[in-house]
Ligand binder design. Structure first.
Ligand code: AMP
Length: 250
């Protein structure tokens, strides 16, 4: 739906992912977590081997993927752990205190790239997705490939000034900047079923901005999908009640 150009700012809490990461890596839950409380198939890197046995009660938090019947798994746990091993941490980029999750080694490894696409595609089988919105810029890489797998259209949500025709715009706050997203005004078909894809969910401001653009144009937002979720930053809560899928969680 074409609407007038408007600007919206959403607030977000800036936190150091470096300190939060060390906190999350030293915390071990002993209680079994209901599968419904966590994203299906998400895996915490480093826990793959220890929690590999479904139903294990040896003190490790069982991954949600292990709670599912092994024959239901389209992608084995070890495969996801392999993909996670290809994500490179770059400390203090783009500014001090941020640990940047660099997906270029994952993209450079055809097997790892294939695995994350398989995991994401499996989540949307039967969901009749019409359109995948990919967020500038790494969301284009995963979103474009996922759209092709889902036989869906691909729509880019871009940084300001990059799209040639008339746009809708939303301004938002990220983990390390204030930014805007734009989408062509005629990008989304009314009531079409849409998912939004990006590489990383941090504070959720970027994905929320993309969601606002989709809703403003009359699309039905089925879910957000991420390769990586920095769960200690609470982005998932910002996106509720829309479903959030992620492959690798920290
Ligand atoms: P946010 O809006 O805070 O959820 O930030 C998400 C956006 O910023 C995504 O487009 C990511 O690509 C990027 N981003 C935020 N934090 C990181 C990080 N630690 N590593 C890599 N990309 C990040």
């Amino acid at each position: 739906m074409a609407t007038r150009k408007a600007t919206k700012t959403s607030s977000a809490t800036n936190k150091s992912s470096a300190s939060a990461k060390s906190k999350s890596s030293t915390t071990r839950a002993t209680a079994r977590t209901p599968a419904s409380a966590k994203p299906k198939g998400a895996i915490k890197p480093g826990n793959a081997k220890k929690a590999a046995k479904p139903g294990s009660t040896r003190g490790e938090e069982p991954s949600p993927i292990s709670a599912r019947h092994p024959f239901e798994l389209a992608v084995p746990r070890d495969a996801i752990a392999f993909a996670a091993s290809k994500i490179r941490d770059v400390p203090d980029y783009p500014k001090a205190g941020i640990v940047f999750k660099d997906v270029t080694p994952l993209l450079a490894n055809p097997k790892a790239f294939h695995i994350v696409l398989d995991v994401l595609a499996e989540r949307f089988i039967g969901e009749q997705i019409d359109t995948v919105v990919g967020i500038d810029a790494r969301g284009f890489i995963f979103g474009g490939a996922l759209a092709a797998r889902l036989n869906a259209a691909f729509v880019p949500a871009r940084k300001p000034g990059k799209l040639p025709a008339e746009v809708d715009q939303v301004t938002y706050k990220t983990e390390y900047s204030i930014d805007s997203l734009e989408m062509h005004r005629d990008a989304i078909v009314q009531e079409s079923r849409v998912i939004i894809v990006d590489d990383v969910l941090a504070t959720g401001g970027t994905a929320k901005a993309a969601a606002d653009l989709v809703k403003r144009q009359g699309g039905y937002l089925v879910a957000h999908a991420f390769v990586i979720e920095l769960s200690f930053l609470g982005g998932r809560e910002k996106l509720l009640p829309v479903k959030v899928e992620s492959v690798i969680r920290y």
